[in-house]
Design a protein around this ligand. Structure first.
Ligand code: PA5
Length: 447
C-alpha cells in the first residue's frame, strides 16, 4: 500500500484475538457495501469513481481551471458541508501554507476563497472588501441547489459580477456545480447559460471531493487533479480484499469500533502539519455525518500538533478516559529547515544545532504517542509518504472506504443524514418562509 496504518501501539487496549474476532462482521459489512445489500445502497458510486468518471467533464474541468487562472485574480468557491469541505481540505493540503497571501507571480493561480459556508455578514463583507476591484470568478456548488447559506452568498457575488462585467461577462465567470437535472441552481444555470458540472446522483456530499465539487477548485489552485485521481484509483485497487490481515482501511474501521465498544467514544484526528488542519474538518463531516445517528456513533474531533499540545494536551493526557486518537503523519516534508548554530547556548538549544525540524517534529510525535498511550489513550497512526496529489487521493479513498465499513459495523446507514434537516425547518419557520406559518407561531411562542 502507498500509505501505512500502524496499530502497534494499541497493545494495552486491544487483545491479540480481538481484530480476528471482527472478521465475520467485517466480511458481512464488506458484502453490504460491495453488493449493495446494506442501507443507503444508492449512494455507493464513490466506490468506483476514481476509475469510472466522466472523462469529457474532467477535461472541461481542467479547461475551466485554466480559464479562471488566466482571467481571475480571485476564485470565490461557494458551498457548505459536503459542497465545501473537500475542496477546502485539498486546496490547503496541496498548496503552499500561505498560498492566498503569496504575491501573484509566486502563485500562478488565483487566490481561492470560500463563501456560503456560514451566514456571517461580516465574513461576506470582508471578502467583498478583499476582492476590491480585482478580477474574479465564482464556482457555486450545491447538490440540492436550495441550501440557504450558499444561495445567499451566490446572490451577493452574482450581483457583484453583473455590476462589474455586465450580464454576459458575469455569465462567463460563473461555474455551477450541481445536480444533472434537478434543483433551483440547475434551473438557473440552464436559463442563464452558466457552464455546469455534475454532482452524480450516487455520490453524497461528504463523498464528493473527487467529483467536480472538489476537482474544479483544486485544479484552479494549480494542483494536479490527474494525479489525485490516480492516487485514489490505486487505493480503490488496494482496499478491495475483505481479509483483515490484508486490508488496512478495514483494520482501521474494525479497531475504532472495537475501541468504541469499550467506551472510547471520541476519536481525535491529529496531525503535525498545519496544512492538514482542514483534512480533519473534512474527516469530521465524513465520519460524524455518516455514523452519528440512531443515538450512537463515535464523536469525531481533531487536534493540530504540536500547537494543541499546549492547549488540549492536558485533557488528552489526563482528562476523562473516553478518547482515542488517530494521527496522520507525513514522512517527508516538502521543505526541511535546520536548527541554526549559535555562538552561545543561552536558549539551551545547542543539542539540536544542525538537526532538521522534521526530525524534531518526528520525535515530538513519537514522544506524544508514548505519553498518550501511557495516559490511557489508544493510538492509531496513518503514515503518509508526502503531501502530493497522488498521496492525497489515496488517503481520501482510505478514509472513505473505512468509514463506510465502519458504519455498517455499527449497524447504521452510513449514507444518509436525516438529522441535518431539523435546524433547517426551524430556521425557515423563524425566517417566515411561506409554508411554515404554523411552526413559526409555535416556535416563536417558545422563544
Ligand atoms: O452532506 C450533506 O448532505 C450536507 O453537508 C450537504 O453537503 C450540505 O448541506 C450542502 O448541500 P448542497 O450541496 O445540497 O447545497
Amino acid at each position: 500500500a502507498h500509505i501505512a496504518f500502524d496499530r502497534s501501539k494499541l497493545e494495552p487496549f486491544v487483545h491479540d484475538n480481538e481484530l480476528g474476532e471482527m472478521q465475520a462482521l467485517v466480511t458481512a459489512a464488506d458484502a453490504e457495501l460491495r453488493q449493495g445489500t446494506g442501507a443507503g445502497s444508492d449512494f455507493r458510486d464513490w466506490l468506483t469513481l476514481p476509475t469510472d468518471f466522466d472523462r469529457d467533464e474532467f477535461a472541461r474541468i481542467q479547461a475551466a481551471a485554466k480559464k479562471v487562472q488566466s482571467d481571475s485574480e480571485v476564485l470565490v468557491v461557494i458551498g457548505i458541508g459536503g459542497s465545501y469541505l473537500g475542496a477546502k481540505m485539498a486546496v490547503d493540503f496541496l498548496n503552499d501554507t500561505f498560498f492566498n497571501y503569496l504575491p501573484a507571480d509566486k502563485r500562478q493561480a488565483p487566490q481561492v476563497f470560500f463563501a456560503g459556508n456560514s451566514i456571517s455578514p461580516d465574513y461576506v463583507h470582508d471578502l467583498i472588501n478583499l476582492i476590491g476591484d480585482r478580477d474574479f470568478s465564482v464556482n457555486v456548488i450545491s447538490k440540492s441547489g436550495t441550501t440557504t447559506e450558499p444561495s445567499i452568498a451566490f446572490r451577493l457575488f452574482k450581483e457583484m459580477l453583473v455590476k462589474k462585467y455586465g450580464e454576459d461577462g458575469a455569465k462567463s465567470r460563473i461555474y455551477a456545480t450541481t445536480d444533472k437535472a434537478r434543483g433551483a441552481l440547475k434551473t438557473e444555470a440552464d436559463a442563464a447559460g452558466y457552464e455546469t458540472f455534475v454532482i452524480p446522483d450516487g455520490v453524497g456530499g461528504r463523498y464528493s471531493v473527487l467529483t467536480a465539487v472538489g476537482l474544479l477548485p483544486i485544479a484552479a489552485s494549480g494542483a494536479d487533479i490527474d494525479q489525485l485521481m490516480k492516487g485514489a484509483a490505486a487505493a480503490q485497487k488496494d482496499y478491495t480484499n475483505p481479509d483483515l490481515n490484508e486490508n488496512e482501511a478495514y483494520q482501521y474501521a474494525a479497531l475504532r469500533n472495537i475501541l468504541y465498544r469499550k467506551g472510547y467514544t471520541t476519536e481525535l484526528l491529529e496531525n503535525y502539519e498545519p496544512r492538514l488542519q482542514y483534512f480533519a474538518e473534512w474527516w469530521k463531516q465524513l465520519t460524524g455525518e455518516s455514523e452519528g445517528k440512531d443515538q450512537k456513533g463515535i464523536y469525531p474531533s481533531s487536534a493540530n500538533f504540536s500547537t494543541d499540545l499546549h492547549s488540549l494536551g492536558q485533557y488528552i493526557q489526563e482528562g476523562q478516559r473516553k478518547l482515542m486518537e488517530t494521527v496522520i503523519t507525513v514522512d517527508k516534508p516538502q521543505h526541511d529547515v535546520a536548527v541554526p548554530t549559535a555562538e552561545d547556548d543561552l536558549d539551551g538549544l545547542k543539542y539540536l544545532e544542525g538537526k532538521q525540524m522534521s526530525f524534531v517534529n518526528q520525535k515530538a510525535y513519537e514522544g506524544v504517542v508514548l505519553a498518550h498511550t501511557d495516559g490511557g489513550v489508544p493510538n492509531m497512526s496513518v503514515h503518509i509518504p508526502d503531501q502530493t496529489p497522488f498521496t492525497l487521493g489515496y488517503l481520501i479513498y482510505f478514509f472513505e472506504v473505512a468509514i463506510a465499513i465502519s458504519g455498517y459495523l455499527n449497524g447504521i446507514n452510513p449514507f444518509n443524514q436525516p438529522g441535518v434537516e431539523a435546524y433547517k425547518t426551524n430556521m425557515f419557520a423563524l425566517l417566515g418562509k411561506p409554508g411554515f406559518e404554523k411552526l413559526s407561531k409555535e416556535l416563536n411562542d417558545r422563544l
